[in-house]
Ligand binder design. Structure first.
Ligand code: ADP
Ligand code: TRP
Length: 338
């Protein structure tokens, strides 16, 4: 079982990214052969500054390693280190219908939010399909927002197989029946993490860097304190009972605390007698209990550039070795063999 996912290096990660995505990626390294990459080519659709992109890329590698990605179990690499991805992107582009891309929600959303409508942004799903298909990935853990991209990946793989594999039948993609041939490109399945509810931001809306309501996993102590203590609350007096649904405090406890403590907080909210500041202080403590080991490790790793570069280089070598047999078959099938 080959598990693969990618994350764009265009942000400082927040606890929504952690609880909603990264934590699951790291857990999956125990369940199969897992590949995680830093999607720096995709990030070019929005980041237009070399120093910034270099920094974000290195930072994201640090984040993954600090949060528990173990390079002995999982392969961590940069998208751009695998030229086979860009090559496959072209073969796929040659047979991807415009209509398929025109239906992409994420393209329409991004353009609506002011991202330039470039060819790169439009063909983003094709590059993503190449990312997934070039390693013969079986499972792709992603957030719900990426579901459509996974469906497009399957559609594009079917198109390729149908065009270039004699005897391929889309109804029998593994070629099990007599006279049928299996596809060259394996159809991946999305692994959608709907167990994690949406993590609320400090203002109660969905946490997102676009809304400026984040709690960053690796910000300095002062910033973290400011972000947690700045959580939006109402003016209910200290002694009055409080509505657990009116502020993001109880949902935050659900991420960090034990079932017992969550029940206690819920009860004391309803009883009243404690101010919001009291709960926020406790959340700050819980944040540090949870993330301080990773924060400490990240600071150590940040001083060891050679180690991180080495992990990424090793990862790239392993990933390229996995891409090689697939791209070889693809070239041959398309009539581009050497
Ligand atoms: P942002 O909204 O901050 O730009 P992204 O959309 O880039 O974050 O998120 C990357 C991944 O992190 C998403 O695929 C999603 O699974 C997860 N994620 C982001 N925000 C949240 C949230 N508030 N709750 C749960 N998961 C989230
Ligand atoms: N599009 C994904 C995101 O924005 C990142 C990504 C790029 C990806 N290539 C991928 C995710 C391949 C999974 C598989 O979150």
């Amino acid at each position: 079982m080959r598990i693969l996912s990618g994350v764009q290096p265009s942000r400082k990660i927040h606890i929504g990214n952690y609880f909603g995505a990264i934590r699951q990626f790291i857990d999956l390294q125990n369940q199969g052969e897992s590949l995680y990459f830093i999607a720096n080519l995709h990030a070019l659709t929005t980041v237009r500054n070399a120093a910034e992109l270099e920094t974000y890329t290195h930072d994201l590698a640090l984040d993954f390693l600090a949060l528990g990605l173990d390079p002995k179990r999982a392969i961590l690499f940069r998208q751009s280190d695998i030229p086979e991805v860009v090559e496959l992107f072209w073969y796929l582009s040659a047979l991807t219908p415009m209509g398929l891309l025109e239906r992409a929600h994420s393209y329409k959303d991004k353009v609506a939010h002011g991202v330039a409508a470039d060819l790169g942004l439009f063909s983003y799903p094709v590059l993503m399909a190449a990312d997934i298909l070039v390693y013969g990935s079986d499972r792709v853990p992603v957030g719900k927002d990426q579901m459509q991209h996974l469906e497009m990946t399957r559609d594009i793989a079917i198109k390729f197989n149908a065009a270039f594999v004699p005897g391929y039948d889309p109804a029998d993609p593994d070629g099990k029946e007599k006279g049928h041939a299996p596809g060259i490109l394996k159809l991946p399945e999305a692994l959608i993490q709907d167990s994690t509810a949406v993590v609320p931001g400090t203002d109660g809306q969905k946490m997102s860097k676009t809304y400026g309501n984040v709690i960053e996993v690796f910000a300095d102590d002062k910033t973290v304190k400011k972000q947690i203590m700045g959580m939006k609350t109402d003016s209910t007096p200290v002694e009055a009972p409080k509505d657990p649904a009116a502020t993001p405090i109880l949902p935050m406890f659900r991420l960090f605390a034990t079932a017992e403590e969550i029940a206690e907080v819920d009860k004391s909210f309803r009883e009243g007698g404690k101010g919001y500041g009291h709960y926020k202080m406790r959340l700050l403590e819980l944040f540090h209990e949870r993330f301080d080991p990773a924060r400490k490790l990240r600071a150590e790793l940040a001083g060891d550039r050679a180690y991180v570069d080495g992990v990424l280089r090793d990862g790239a070598d392993k990933a390229r070795a996995m891409a090689a047999p697939v791209i070889e078959k693809v070239r041959k099938a398309a009539g581009i063999s050497r």
